[in-house]
Write a protein that binds this ligand. Structure first.
Ligand code: AMP
Length: 193
């Protein structure tokens, strides 16, 4: 994987442990020549992640909708900033640039982005690894909700397994490298394309 999209909070959260993981992930990307593609913000978890990589001379590509570019939130010191017309065009642009996706702790924006990636995989439109870094069990309740969806017949177990989960960066990325999309997804992809 040469480039990974990271979705994460525009806020920092209350517990230092999350910020520390944004720093650790940034260092991991820079040391392993993985380019970051992200929302282009300078605030919260996003800002910490981008700053860490830039400090280590790594690659950071921001993809930001024009609407946010003019606000005080856009990063001004990254490798490249791509400005899109709309939020939805931003998602398409990000998906064209990356080989996989990671979510760190965040709010609505983070969940929206990671679930859109999962939906694209579920439909076979994409077959990229999608991981969440479950620091401090942050995503445990979300994972539990996915189990409820499986039990109640709204989510296939095989589709749930598309979501790679770990609380260790090395383990998460190693699982992402060895990810194989389920066969059924590939069949649907042929029909769609
Ligand atoms: P949230 O998790 O609600 O804080 O939203 C964070 C996610 O939504 C990030 O991954 C960004 O791609 C996007 N996003 C939200 N707010 C901003 C912002 N101010 N600037 C750039 N991207 C943002």
């Amino acid at each position: 994987m040469k480039k990974i999209a990271v979705f994460c909070g525009s806020s920092l959260g209350f517990n230092e442990v999350y910020k520390n993981d944004a720093v650790k992930l940034g260092n991991y990307f820079a040391e392993n020549n993985i380019g970051l593609v992200y929302g282009g913000g300078k605030i919260g978890m996003m800002g910490i992640l981008a700053d860490t990589i830039i400090e280590k001379k790594g690659e950071v590509i921001g993809v930001i909708p024009g609407l946010l570019k003019h606000a005080e939130v856009a990063h001004t010191n990254i490798t490249e900033m791509i400005v899109t017309k709309t939020m939805s065009k931003r998602k398409v642009k990000i998906s064209k640039l990356v080989d996989g996706y990671i979510a760190l702790p965040g709010g609505f924006g983070t969940l929206d982005e990671i679930f859109e990636a999962l939906t694209l995989n579920q439909l076979g439109i994409e077959q990229k690894p999608i991981g969440i870094l479950n620091t401090n069990c942050f995503f445990n309740h979300l994972i539990k909700q996915l189990d409820v969806m499986v039990t109640e017949g709204y989510l296939k177990q095989s589709n749930k397994e598309m979501l790679i989960i770990s609380d260790s960066i090395e383990n998460l990325i190693s699982k992402m490298f060895s990810y194989k999309a389920p066969e059924i997804t590939k069949v649907i992809n042929k029909v769609v394309s």
